[in-house]
Design a protein around this ligand. Structure first.
Ligand SMILES: NC(=O)c1ccc[n+]([C@@H]2O[C@H](COP(=O)([O-])OP(=O)(O)OC[C@H]3O[C@@H](n4cnc5c(N)ncnc54)[C@H](OP(=O)(O)O)[C@@H]3O)[C@@H](O)[C@H]2O)c1
Length: 325
């Protein structure tokens, strides 16, 4: 399979390139050459800004394109128009954030999607999901049955720049008392980028169409189950302390950033999407412990992005306050 990847060098994209090479496919990357320049010297790389001139694509054809870096409908429309007659399928990497109701449980691919406040809205931080939905519409309109709209949940594993999953792995590895979210029963979903990448290629190989949620694991997982599997895989002497939601609120602990993966009741649905379609169409997921071990090995004790996780001092204060309540 000759594959064009718009992007390909940060996180999901680099796993896609590895998976494509492992499958015997021939990837070509289009990017600006800013992120990890020099990565994949043996792979064809086209230089270009997708927001600017797409001349570099002229006269070329591929079996499929995978778009990992589309956030604005105006920009996605340009690449979809430029590639409409040049590629077989267009796989757009969207997100489960497209769903209008982040709290609803077990939403499948037919659930209502978020709407933009206006056609000219390009406010990615505040309307990321609605913008992704509008990008999906552009690809769907131009590619019809040749469009795949992939909606991942939290993508995790080596090279994850967000630090959200990595926080828990590093924290469990350090051991001792770990401040966990309010309830061990709170659901959690995520997908190893390597499993996602392999399945994206499989969807193209199977010539699939339409929207797919993409997360894991296959059976419902609780936060307690996740942390315990992480602890066992790392062989770490960690103990988990489960405060209640009112305590965390009183102390101003921010869900999702300070306690990553925990999205509160308002974001519970992001940890509970339906995976029925994905699992019946070839999605295979590695054991959680393997993702934890590989992430720990990759991350070491490297610092996380600013604002992600609790720093040691704040966590210790919170633990003391919880014990003294
Ligand atoms: N992380 C999550 O948990 C999560 C969850 C759901 C969905 N998603 C989606 O998954 C995707 C993951 O992206 P990723 O960053 O891991 O992909 P990636 O393909 O590894 O990296 C992004 C690539 O896009 C290129 N790029 C950025 N702006 C560009 C431009 N204007 N023109 C050409 N190339 C450009 C970058 O290279 P240069 O900088 O060199 O141009 C880089 O190669 C995103 O679409 C995200 O919305 C993520």
């Amino acid at each position: 399979m000759r594959l064009l990847i718009l992007g390909g060098t940060r996180f999901l994209g680099r796993h896609l390139v590895e998976a494509a090479l492992a499958r015997g496919a021939q990837p070509t990357l289009l990017n600006r050459g800013r992120t990890a320049p020099g990565l994949f010297p043996a792979v064809e790389q086209l230089r270009g800004d997708r927001e600017g001139d797409l001349q570099v694509l002229r006269g070329r054809t591929w079996d499929a394109v995978i778009d990992t870096c589309g956030y604005l409908p105006r920009v996605v429309r340009r690449s979809a128009q430029a590639l409409r007659d040049a590629v077989g399928r267009y796989l757009f990497v969207s997100s489960i954030s497209v769903y209008a109701d982040a709290a609803a449980s077990r939403q499948d691919e037919h659930a209502p999607r978020a709407q933009l406040p206006g056609d000219d809205c390009e406010d990615i931080p505040n309307h990321y999901g609605a913008l992704k939905a509008a990008c999906e519409d552009e690809v769907q309109r131009l590619f019809g049955e040749r469009a795949i709209l992939l909606r991942p949940g939290l993508i995790v594993g080596p090279f994850d720049p967000s630090g959200r999953f990595t926080y828990w792995v590093q924290r469990v590895a350090r051991g001792g008392a770990v401040l966990a979210p309010p309830s061990p029963a709170y659901p959690v979903q995520f997908i190893d980028a390597r499993d996602l990448a392999a399945w994206m290629l499989e969807l193209l190989h199977r010539q699939r169409s339409g929207a797919f949620n993409a997360s894991g694991p296959a059976a419902p997982l609780s936060f307690g189950g996740f942390l315990e599997q992480c602890r066992q895989a790392l062989g770490a002497p960690a103990e988990f302390v489960w405060p209640d939601a009112a305590f965390l609120e009183r102390h101003g602990v921010a869900p999702w950033t300070e306690l990553p993966l925990y999205a509160g009741e308002g974001g519970r649905g992001l940890n509970e999407v339906s995976l029925a379609r994905a699992l019946s169409d070839g999605l295979r997921l590695r054991p959680i412990g393997e993702t934890c071990v590989d992430t720990a090995r990759w991350a070491g004790d490297a610092p996380l992005p600013e604002g992600i996780g609790l720093d040691g001092k704040r966590e210790a204060e919170l633990l003391r306050a919880w014990q003294a309540r």
